[in-house]
Design a protein around this ligand. Structure first.
Ligand code: NAD
Length: 495
């Protein structure tokens, strides 16, 4: 029997007002129903926003170190439940168990980072230009945060948003992706058990159109934190922008790894295997392009093709599996559509390029890890986000051409270069247009205490993670205290 899940609104676990539901199935075995969830709409969102609005007035007054202690308790519960939730996550979205454990760990790290930040949330004290006057800044909560998340990091990404939102004194209306509502529900259970006031955290399940848009357009939602595709990010930006809402957008990528002629090729090989085929290529930071120096191009490609053809596909709960399924049938069709485009554009299909349907694989949505060589920078497979296990290999003659190619896309999230030349490494850091650059590491591997985000169409300039996310979720208040006992006019009386 499939488990029945609910929304969490106004301190209670409830069905959607309409009573409608949707199913969540395992992409490795479509016959397995992971859970049944409420299909919600604007009326459910309204109740959730009302609840969060009421709770804000009390939660904002709880001292930040005390809020931090609740975040610490949430982290402790996540440690206890790590394995159980990692297994559920693999069942609902397919990535292999080592990676869903990592996804849980990122949530735990984020909880403990928020705990520490509760005793920081620094402002500045700054000398006044006038006698007997004191200047400082403080960080203030903003109000009700709308949190909209994608399915590929079902625990980590919501924690990146909700821990800093709550820690800084905001309350939350959370809409997880409809492909990963079960993990999201576990996170809300954890916040409640840790002691977050029940009305301060609200969970509304459903689609982008029926729940996401009402959140974005609701007049009492003060800020939106969104992670997902650039196409949806643009819609949100327009809708929320007209009310001047504060919006953080973390969007798509077309990340590349450069391998120079002096690179340690074995290291670069491990890097690209992990970067391109980890999470079945469905990471915003996935290595989607491989830029090879012409001197090592043929040798490296042989090494890579041999390893890729040996990757084991299967159900991610099997510890020996390297690559899980893709998230659903439309995603697999889209990936295969790009493979067809690559063929028509004249790229050479080296390995993969088809559905994987041997034995039990036919129960799910598996796609063979795929490499195209002979790709040129103007091809669509070199420019557009595919979000699947497809790697486009581009040959270049030198470092300058590599940088030109890496920068020649509309996205700018992650980037990587393998080289032993320290001068080149620093030039790459300076010249690559991306929010993140790895030297001698793959394009994936974010740590929770470092800013995360991208340039160009990957976002709108905000960063998640690190100290920067606490800036997004709080407003600066500038305070002047005049203890002179008289009117002092800045710029006038002291001249
Ligand atoms: P998506 O944009 O389809 O959906 C993301 C979320 O937005 C989901 O919860 C969805 O229901 C909701 N949504 C959809 N349409 C909406 C609308 N019109 N209004 C409001 N909400 C709406 O993305 P996805 O398929 O879940 O995730 C994959 C995408 O996310 C990729 O493009 C990937 O690069 C990106 N991503 C980016 C980052 C990052 O930090 N930059 C991290 C992970 C994923």
């Amino acid at each position: 029997m499939a488990e029945i899940y609910k929304n969490f609104i106004n301190g209670e676990w409830v069905n959607s007002k309409s009573g409608e539901t949707f199913e969540n199935r395992n992409p490795a075995n479509w016959n397995e129903i992971v859970g049944i969830f409420p299909r919600s709409a604007a009326e459910d969102v309204n109740l959730a926003v009302q609840s969060a609005g009421k709770a804000f007035n009390e939660w904002r007054l709880v001292p930040a170190p005390q809020r931090g202690e609740i975040m610490k308790k949430a982290g402790d519960i996540m440690v206890e439940r790590k394995e159980e939730i990692a297994r559920l996550m693999t069942r609902e979205m397919g990535k292999v168990i080592a990676e869903t454990r990592g996804d849980m760990q990122e949530g735990i790290d984020t909880a403990y980072y928020a705990f520490g930040e509760g005793r920081r949330l620094f402002g500045h004290t700054v000398p006044s230009e006038l006698m007997n006057k004191f200047n400082m800044t403080m960080r203030m909560p903003i109000g009700v945060a709308g949190v909209i998340s994608p399915w590929n990091f079902p625990m980590a990404i919501p924690t990146w948003k909700i821990f800093p939102a709550l820690l800084t004194g905001n309350t939350v209306v959370f809409k997880p992706a409809s492909d990963t509502p079960a993990t999201a529900t576990k996170l809300v259970e954890i916040f409640l058990e840790a002691g977050v006031p029940p009305q301060a955290i609200n969970l509304v399940h459903g689609t982008g159109n029926s729940v996401g848009i009402p959140i974005v357009e609701h007049p009492d939602i003060d800020l939106i934190s969104f992670t997902g595709s650039s196409a949806v990010g643009k819609i949100i930006s327009q809708k929320a922008g007209k009310d001047l809402k504060r919006i953080s957008l973390e969007l798509g990528g077309k990340n590349a790894q450069i391998v120079m002629d002096d690179a340690n090729l074995h290291l670069a090989l491990e890097g690209v295997l992990w970067g391109a085929f980890g999470t079945t290529g469905q990471r915003c930071t996935a290595t989607s392009r491989l830029i090879l120096h012409e001197k090592i191009h043929d040798k490296f490609l042989d090494m890579l093709a041999e390893r890729v053809s040996r990757l084991k596909l299967g159900n991610g709960l099997d510890e020996s599996v390297d690559v899980g399924p893709v998230i659903n049938a439309p995603a697999r069709e889209k990936i295969h559509g790009y493979v067809e485009i690559g063929r028509k554009e004249g790229a050479a299909l080296l390995v993969g390029g088809e559905y994987a349907e041997e034995g039990d694989l036919k129960k799910g949505f598996f796609y063979k890890p795929t490499i195209f060589s002979g790709v040129t920078p103007n091809m669509r497979i070199a420019r557009e986000e595919i979000f699947g296990p497809v790697l486009s290999v581009i040959k270049v003659k030198d470092f300058d051409e590599a940088v030109q190619v890496i920068n020649g896309v509309i996205y700018g999230l992650s980037s990587s270069i393998y080289t032993q030349d320290v001068n080149r490494a620093y030039r790459a850091i300076r010249d690559i247009q991306a929010g993140i650059t790895y030297i001698n590491g793959p394009t994936i591997g974010a740590e929770c205490h470092m800013p995360f985000g991208g340039v160009k169409e990957t976002g709108n300039g905000h960063r998640e993670g690190g100290w920067t996310v606490f800036e997004f979720f709080s407003e600066i208040k500038t305070v002047y205290v005049d203890f002179s006992g008289k009117l002092q006019r800045a710029q006038i009386d002291n001249r």
